[in-house]
Write a protein that binds this ligand. Structure first.
Ligand SMILES: Nc1ncnc2c1ncn2[C@@H]1O[C@H](COP(=O)(O)OP(=O)(O)OP(=O)(O)O)[C@@H](O)[C@H]1O
Length: 296
């Protein structure tokens, strides 16, 4: 199966500053990929490179098997972070435009969604609230029936109920159509609810990526007598470590069983895992606290 997105040594620099560095990723098709990371990590940069709105400074990026670029746009639905709409056009105008521009437009889906949201088709987009505008942009993205849907913080402006319903809609669309989704979010709970693949991006670098079930099955918290992490077997990779005078707590990644009886071993939650990888980067930048919201 063709990958949804493949990046090889991908980098983007603005002036002297790298917004994305040495990014190598292989995101499988047919999955819902959650891209998480603090503000300024490079998430929007990666997504804009994927839709051809930006060109790489280094490396390459392929989407649905071909080089990312505007020729791919018919197959991709993209909702940018600021959910752009035309202020003077009504909701109905937006749907007409969507139908005109997209050969695969699903009118039933678009109208049904607008009706279910209780939005008035005659309302101008400029008069909608931020959340309503986001819902309109999302409707346009989904009704295009894309092969790949790229959503940059799609639910940030939605209230909790609308957020839950939107993620539900998304999972149904993935199950019904052959759809791949990449969505960025600050909310681990949303990723937990809707995604089956995770990418953690911090300080312009990918810290970890993989199938969420596999990641959860290979990461552990070890608590035991104080121990230098260098003394661990080579197949145990330490992601984070904290120590008191007598006790060590280590978050590790390993494919092998943990045989040392000195450790009390527990599995990680997705939140533990994400925060551990985000903390890894912040250890080198002591004054910069990772900004990841954990909402339940
Ligand atoms: N047009 C631009 N010109 C200069 N620097 C930029 C530009 N766009 C982004 N950057 C910088 O690139 C870095 C990555 O930004 P990006 O928007 O990709 O992060 P993000 O992870 O999407 O952040 P957020 O969660 O706040 O949306 C940041 O340091 C940002 O200041």
């Amino acid at each position: 199966m063709t990958a949804a997105l493949q990046a090889q040594g991908l980098g983007k620099r603005y002036g002297r500053r790298w917004a994305l560095t040495d990014c190598t990723l292989d995101l499988p098709a047919g999955r819902v990929v959650g891209l998480v990371g603090p503000n300024g990590a490079g998430k929007s940069t990666l997504l804009n490179l994927a839709v051809g709105m930006l060109t790489p400074t280094a490396g390459s990026i392929d989407v649905l098997g071909s080089a990312a670029g505007t020729s791919q746009l018919a197959r991709i639905g993209f909702v940018a972070q600021d959910t752009p709409t035309y202020a003077r056009l009504s909701i109905a105008d937006h749907l007409k435009l969507g139908a005109h521009l997209n050969p695969g437009w699903d009118e039933t889906l678009a109208n049904g969604r607008i009706q279910r949201l209780g939005l008035d088709p005659k309302q101008r987009a400029g008069r909608l609230s931020g959340g309503q505008r986001a819902q309109l942009a999302l409707t346009l993205g989904i009704a295009k029936r894309p092969e790949l849907l790229i959503l940059d913080e799609p639910v940030a402006a939605l209230d909790p109920l609308a957020r839950r319903e939107f993620l539900q809609d998304l999972m149904e669309a993935v199950a019904e159509q052959e759809l791949s989704v990449v969505l960025s979010s600050h909310l681990v709970s949303d990723v937990e609810r809707s995604c089956d693949y995770l990418v953690v991006l911090v300080d312009s670098r990918v810290q970890v990526s993989g199938d969420i079930d596999t990641l959860l099955a290979t990461h552990y918290r070890l608590v035991g007598p104080r121990r230098d992490e260098k003394s661990l077997p080579h197949n145990q990779r330490v992601i984070s470590a904290s120590h008191t005078d007598r006790q060590s707590t280590l978050l590790i990644r390993t494919d092998e069983p943990i045989l040392d009886p000195a450790w009390t071993v527990t599995q990680l939650t997705l939140e533990d895992l994400v925060l551990a990888y985000m903390g890894r980067s912040s250890q080198t930048k002591q004054n910069d606290r990772p900004v990841l919201e954990v909402q339940r």
